[in-house]
Ligand binder design. Structure first.
Ligand SMILES: Cc1cc2nc3c(=O)[nH]c(=O)nc-3n(C[C@H](O)[C@H](O)[C@H](O)COP(=O)(O)OP(=O)(O)OC[C@H]3O[C@@H](n4cnc5c(N)ncnc54)[C@H](O)[C@@H]3O)c2cc1C
Ligand code: FES
Length: 274
């Protein structure tokens, strides 16, 4: 069946069941949807805000009873979403994309800024399957540390640990999260690194994964329109992020190093420096 005709690509209207203010700029919105409840960690949906836009959002919560997205206020669509109240309706399509592949062993999870929320369903699955998880959480400042309490509540179940870095030193180590990751990699071996966050951060994680010969999976963002591999808006090198990703392996990313971490594309296809 063509991707256009699948059940996932059908627009559904869902009610906002709950809203949580996570940080001064990030709100989580809970809704019920059968298809999203069966999504894989790392998959995303398209959220339609009538008269404004349709924008991609990772699922930050996946459960049989309810799902959520966590939205950072950056522009028109996300500002409008932030004004929505419990009981209002939004349109959704999806889930789309491949999601994270769960390997085995001892894993490092590196979340930067809002990207951390896309890692939450993954952490839930890793904990369920008894993985030893080291979660490195980074943000510019303490107020922007997303999902810290949720991670702290999950990890003791698997004797996991969380370590924090903020660029202004207001919480945890002072500096960028990749410096903290480098310290851990210098001292211990990991079977897999999972990461989501600003692309420059993920690029540094790719270089570290190559240096320490540790496999990597990273969740990418690109402009998106169709979300089903047709329009080409989301290309990076030979890949379409909506269809081949959004999660890519280190091996895949090393093939698109001229773009990854350096350029994204505008809606007119022109390269824009990151
Ligand atoms: C797979 C994927 C998952 C994402 N998950 C999340 C998430 O969980 N939480 C979250 O807050 N944000 C997420 N984003 C980014 C989010 O889609 C953009 O922040 C949002 O589209 C901005 O819309 P706007 O109208 O508010 O801002 P605009 O004024 O349109 O733009 C503000 C910034 O967002 C970028 N942007 C605009 N439109 C898009 C688009 N269609 N796709 C991607 N980026 C865009 C622009 O390059 C610009 O830098 C995700 C993006 C992708 C591709
Ligand atoms: S968004 Fe259209 S091909 Fe990916």
């Amino acid at each position: 069946m063509s991707a256009y005709l699948t059940a996932a690509n059908r627009l559904r209207i869902v009610k906002i069941e709950d809203i949580q203010q996570e940080t001064p700029t990030v709100k989580s919105f809970t809704f019920k949807d059968d298809l999203c409840s069966k999504a894989k960690p790392g998959q995303f949906i398209m959220v339609w805000i009538p008269d404004v836009d349709e924008v991609p959002m990772s699922l930050s919560g996946i459960s049989p009873h309810a799902c959520s997205i966590s939205v950072k206020k950056v522009g028109e669509a996300t500002k409008t979403l932030h004004q929505r109240k419990i009981g209002d309706y939004i349109g959704i399509r999806g889930p789309f994309g491949n999601g994270f592949r769960i390997g085995k062993g001892k894993v490092m999870v590196v979340g930067g800024g809002t990207g951390t929320t896309a890692l939450m369903p993954l952490v839930g699955s890793l904990v369920e399957e008894n993985f030893k998880v080291t979660f490195l959480l980074g943000a510019k400042t303490k107020n922007e540390l997303v999902s810290r309490d949720r991670i702290q509540a999950l990890l003791p179940k698997v004797a996991g640990r969380i370590d924090v870095a903020t660029e202004d030193g207001s919480c945890g180590s002072e500096g960028v999260i990749t410096d903290l990751a480098e310290k851990y990699l210098n001292n211990e071996e990991f079977d897999m690194i999972y990461t989501c966050g600003p692309e420059r951060m993920m690029y540094k994680m790719l270089l570290l994964s190559e240096r320490f010969q540790t496999p990597l999976q990273a969740s990418l963002e690109r402009l998106m329109r169709c979300a089903i591999g047709i329009c080409g808006t989301c290309v990076i090198g030979k890949f379409r992020v909506c269809r081949d990703g959004p999660v890519f392996t280190g091996e895949q990313l090393s093939k698109v190093k001229e773009e990854f971490g350096h350029f994204k594309r505008a809606f007119n296809g022109r390269k824009v420096k990151l």
